[in-house]
Design a protein around this ligand. Structure first.
Ligand code: IYR
Length: 230
C-alpha cells in the first residue's frame, strides 16, 4: 500500500435516491438473482473472458474494510501447469483430512454433499482465484529504507465481505463458483509466491458448469427462520 491509498479528507456523498417502488422492485429482483446461485462442483474447461474476472475482482475490491486497509490480495490462476500443482497439493491435504484429520461429526455433516478427497475441478475449471488475507500491509519506504508494517483490522470480516462480493459478481455475470477450502492451505503461499504475512483464505473456483452438473437438494432458511424482528 502506498500512503496515497489511505483516506484523505471528505467529499459529498454521491447518493442516487430511488422511488419506493423502484427500491422494492430492485430488492426483489436482486433476491431472485441471488437465490439462483448454487455451489457447483462440476465444471467444463471452457475459458471465460478475462474482463469478467477483472470486473468481479474490482467489485470485490469495493467491499468495506476495517480502517479501509483493504486487507486482501487475489491471485488468478489460469495456467494449466499451475492448476495441476495446486490440485496435487490440495488433494494431498484432503486425503489427510478425509482419512485422518476430520472428526466423525464433520464427515457426517459433509456426507450429504458427496465430497471426497478428489478435486478434479481444480484442473478442469478455467479459473482459480486464490484469496489471501493480509494480516498487515507493508508500506515501502520512499527513501529505500526498510518497509513499515501497518497493522490491518477486522481482516477476517473484511476479506469475508470482499469474497462475498466476488461470488455475487461472478454469479451476476453468469459464471458458476465453488468455495473451496483445502485445509491447511499454506501450500498456496509457496505455489503462488505470496509472502508469509498473507494467509490463504479460500480458493474460489470459477467457470461454466458441466452440462450434466448436479447439485445437492437443499433448503434455505425462510425469513422467519433466518431473522428476528424486534
Ligand atoms: N475441504 C474439504 C472438506 C469440506 C468442508 C466443508 I465445511 C465443505 O462445505 C465442503 C468440503 C473439501 O473440500 O472436500
Amino acid at each position: 500500500m502506498s500512503v496515497s491509498e489511505a483516506p484523505r479528507g471528505f467529499i459529498p456523498l454521491v447518493f442516487e435516491e430511488r422511488t419506493a417502488e423502484e427500491m422494492s422492485d430492485r430488492a426483489s429482483r436482486f433476491y431472485d438473482l441471488m437465490r439462483r446461485r448454487r455451489t457447483v462442483r462440476d465444471f467444463t474447461d471452457r475459458p471465460v473472458p478475462a474482463d469478467i474476472i477483472q470486473h468481479a475482482l474490482l467489485t470485490a475490491g469495493s467491499a468495506p474494510s476495517g480502517a479501509h486497509r483493504q486487507p486482501w490480495h487475489f491471485v488468478v490462476v489460469t495456467d494449466t501447469a499451475k492448476k495441476a500443482e495446486i490440485r496435487e497439493a490440495a488433494e494431498r491435504e484432503e486425503r489427510e483430512f478425509y482419512g485422518r484429520r476430520a472428526s466423525k461429526e464433520w464427515l457426517e455433516a459433509l456426507a450429504p454433499l458427496g465430497t471426497d478427497p478428489n478435486k478434479p475441478f481444480l484442473t478442469t475449471a478455467p479459473v482459480l482465484i486464490a484469496v489471501f488475507l493480509k494480516r498487515f500491509t507493508l508500506v515501502e519506504d520512499p527513501n529505500g529504507g526498510a518497509p513499515t508494517r501497518l497493522k490491518n483490522y477486522y481482516t477476517t470480516e473484511s476479506v469475508g465481505i470482499a469474497t462475498g462480493f466476488l461470488i455475487a459478481a461472478l454469479h451476476n455475470a453468469g459464471l458458476a463458483t465453488l468455495t473451496h477450502t483445502p485445509s491447511p492451505m499454506r501450500f498456496l503461499n509457496a505455489l503462488l509466491d505470496r509472502p508469509r504475512h498473507e494467509r490463504p483464505y479460500l480458493l474460489l473456483v470459477a467457470g461454466y458448469p458441466a452440462p450434466d452438473a448436479n447439485v445437492p437438494v437443499l433448503e434455505r432458511y425462510t425469513l422467519d427462520e433466518l431473522a428476528t424482528f424486534v
